[in-house]
Design a protein around this ligand. Structure first.
Ligand SMILES: C[S@@+](CC[C@H](N)C(=O)[O-])C[C@H]1O[C@@H](n2cnc3c(N)ncnc32)[C@H](O)[C@@H]1O
Length: 316
């Protein structure tokens, strides 16, 4: 494994929304290289605590090394945040109802730069590599997924996750080649995309970029994990707890926005009723109505912050 490289996005905005204080408890469900976590750790030290999740075993090793100097009590969990409840309970960590929970939490979705740059992981098509794309380095690879999925299922994935107009023709060709065993590498898939979507033009993103994104989301069930996380996280936030979520895809941000709006305004009464009869209680409030995006100076230093959107929530 090469040295872990990742610049944390919207770092100052996250710190300003979380506002970490000495002694607080912090849950980071996408630890990565602990870029955000190490900054939070320095502010909650010396008595703060950290629980960190990442489904990628590479991340755990890098994060552990980076957080060690702070000497905080920490727990690393190599699992998906889809299994938040189960993983925390299995370690005897109490939830809010049992008088526990976290003061601070962060989810920073998507891939780390390390995962993209590590050629053998198959997330990038710049260099030939096996068609893998598994964040956890376990389970079904992208090549296996494409050989199993039906062409209509894949067409829906390409269209819904990446808005690809040629989704049907592309899906037919991809599944045909995958089943025949002739779609095994990243560059073979990129070449196939160009054959149907056209070759890259200067100043335009490579056509395979969005295809890779859609397949990666499906292989890792990224939206399923986010839905489960948004369902479960309120149970783990203390009163006054502050949660930040960074999204990189419109499908992610839409889920976060809808969940936070529902936490803030859970009332399900028809608008014609003069008073609320459902008596659903708000869980807290959003920190800002609009998401925070990267400033021009951050973008100049880190182009991967381009599509980042940060939303924050304070639990009552
Ligand atoms: C954008 S990086 C996080 C970077 C980190 N905030 C930092 O500053 O170093 C996203 C990380 O989340 C992990 N990840 C993505 N989906 C996950 C999931 N469902 N469960 C656990 N980890 C996940 C990825 O493996 C990756 O390491």
């Amino acid at each position: 494994m090469s040295e872990f490289h990742h610049i944390p996005v919207l770092l100052n905005d996250v710190l300003s929304q979380l506002s970490p204080k000495p002694g607080q408890s912090y849950l980071d469900v996408t630890l990565g290289g602990a870029g955000h976590a190490s900054e939070v750790a320095s502010r909650i030290a010396p008595d703060g605590t950290i629980v960190g999740f990442d489904r990628d075993p590479d991340a755990q090793a890098a994060a552990q090394a980076r957080l060690a100097p702070f000497g905080l009590q920490s727990v690393f969990i190599q699992a998906s945040f889809m299994d938040l409840d189960e993983a925390l309970r299995a370690r005897g960590i109490p939830d809010r109802a049992a008088g526990g929970g976290f003061d601070l939490a962060l989810a920073d979705f998507g891939l780390s730069s390390h995962q993209i740059d590590e050629v053998s992981r198959g997330f990038s098509f710049q260099t030939e590599a096996p068609l893998d794309m598994r964040m956890s380095q376990a389970g079904e690879t992208a090549a296996e997924f494409l050989a199993r999925v039906s062409d209509t299922e894949l067409a829906d994935i390409l269209y819904e996750y990446s808005d690809i107009r040629q989704s049907r023709a592309l899906a037919r060709k991809i599944t045909e080649r995958a089943r025949a065993g002739t779609l095994q590498t990243t560059t073979q898939l990129a070449e196939l995309c160009c054959g149907i979507m056209g070759y890259p033009r200067p100043g335009h993103p490579h056509p395979a970029t969005r295809v890779f994104q859609a397949i990666r989301i499906a292989v890792n069930d990224e939206f399923g994990a986010i839905d489960a996380f948004l369902r479960d996280i309120p149970r783990w936030m203390k009163p006054g707890g502050r949660l930040c979520i960074i999204s990189f895809h419109s499908g992610e941000d839409r889920r976060v926005k809808e969940a936070m709006n529902k936490w803030q305004n859970p009332c399900t009464c028809p608008p014609r009723l003069p008073v609320c009869v459902c008596h659903k209680v708000p869980l807290g409030h959003v920190i800002a109505k609009k998401p925070v995006e990267a400033s021009p100076s951050e973008l100049a230093e880190n182009s991967r912050a381009r599509s980042a959107k940060l939303r924050g929530f304070v639990f009552d």
